[in-house]
Design a protein around this ligand. Structure first.
Ligand code: KG4
Length: 334
């Protein structure tokens, strides 16, 4: 079964072809980073205009090196939530046009759920439940208990900023570029650890015993004052300490979630999973607790992409689900 996946929720225009939810035939991603970098963040109006300009080209590229045509696809999966409304509308409208041409069914996708299916695609396996879904991206910092298709229960969430957003804002304060995550990771790697004192010790305090919460606005403000009050800070050390502190909270809360739910199978996804240090910390935790923690091995499957959308669409399609043509788009998960 061949699925076409369309993803335009934020600043990536992506269209993919996936076979049986397990094999990537093509996964074309156009990233708008260059268009947003001078603003140190995504500008919604620019994002939707860029999707409109690029989507045809991305679509053509998705078929370019294949022997497939539109007639060969079995379903069209498209992200409809959550995201920037103007951006989502471009993908949704594109899907409706393809449906009018081919009469193939449309599956509307929550792309937060789709991030976990990037892992099943990456490992070429079918999903097994329940698992804990750790989602770390530019807009979300969530731990879900996932019990099946469309059965996601939030058991931990951020009270303010998302972790990726914190990295982006930190890089903006330090004036080192956009997006912040990969740049902070690069500088953190250059730090030769000589002191165990962190610029951010005791910033991210523990929540109540059973409570699983994240908060990243405090560390961002601490960084802002640190930079304002010190003219000669060590950039490499500040990136290292910032990254370590942000990730320590993730590991601490993930441990709590594992103890609380007694679920030993973790699927992690979202752009922040591209970070090598985070991957190392998750591997260490898996070893320490003797459990399975997965993340996409291919970095292209960490950030938003059409392949994960087509993969989740495959499981809905197999279950007999399809949407009607009046489906809405939404900035939230509805
Ligand atoms: O999943 P994604 O595309 O998120 C949304 O669109 O919400 O991920 C983008 C986020 C950005 O905040 C970016 O700074 C972060 O993922 N990111 C990273 C790394 N690569 C991307 N954060 C930490 N380390 C990285 N290597």
């Amino acid at each position: 079964m061949i699925g076409l996946g369309i993803e335009t929720s934020c600043d990536e225009t992506s269209i993919a072809l996936v076979k049986d939810g397990k094999e990537i035939i093509s996964n074309i991603v156009y990233s708008q980073i260059k268009e947003h970098e001078k603003f140190y963040g995504v500008v919604p109006e620019i994002a939707s205009r860029s999707h409109l300009i690029k989507i045809n080209e991305v679509f053509e590229k998705a078929f370019a090196n294949t022997s497939l045509t539109l007639n060969d696809i079995d379903y069209i999966a498209v992200t409809t939530r959550p995201g920037l409304i103007g951006s989502l509308m471009i993908g949704a409208q594109f899907a409706k046009v393809l449906h009018c041409i081919t009469n193939k069914p449309i599956i509307d996708i929550n792309h937060l759920e789709a991030h976990f299916y990037a892992n099943f695609l990456d490992r070429k396996v079918s999903p097994t439940y329940p698992f804990l879904g750790l989602l770390l991206s530019g807009g979300n910092t969530i731990i879900y208990k996932v019990s099946g298709l469309n059965q996601l229960e939030i058991i931990g969430n951020t009270q303010d900023d998302a972790i990726g957003e914190a990295f982006d804002k930190a890089a903006s304060i330090l004036k080192i570029g956009y997006p912040g995550g990969p740049i902070i990771e690069k500088y953190a790697k250059k730090y030769k650890k000589i002191s165990s004192n962190s610029y951010f010790s005791k910033i991210l305090k523990d929540s109540k015993k059973d409570e699983i919460t994240f908060s990243y606005s405090g560390i961002k403000t601490a960084l802002l004052y640190l930079v304002k009050q010190n003219s000669n800070i060590d950039l490499y050390k500040i990136c290292y300490d910032f990254q370590e502190t942000c990730f320590e909270l993730i590991i601490r809360m993930l441990k709590k979630a594992i103890y609380k739910t007694k679920i030993n199978h973790i699927e992690a996804g979202g752009g922040v999973l591209a970070n090598q240090r985070l991957r190392e910390l998750l591997d260490n935790l898996a070893q320490e607790l003797n459990i399975k923690i997965y993340y996409p091995t291919q970095k292209i499957l960490c950030t938003d992409n059409g392949a994960m959308v087509a993969t989740l669409g495959y499981y809905y399609f197999k279950n007999g689900y399809k949407t009607n043509l009046e489906f809405p788009v939404s900035s939230t998960v509805i």
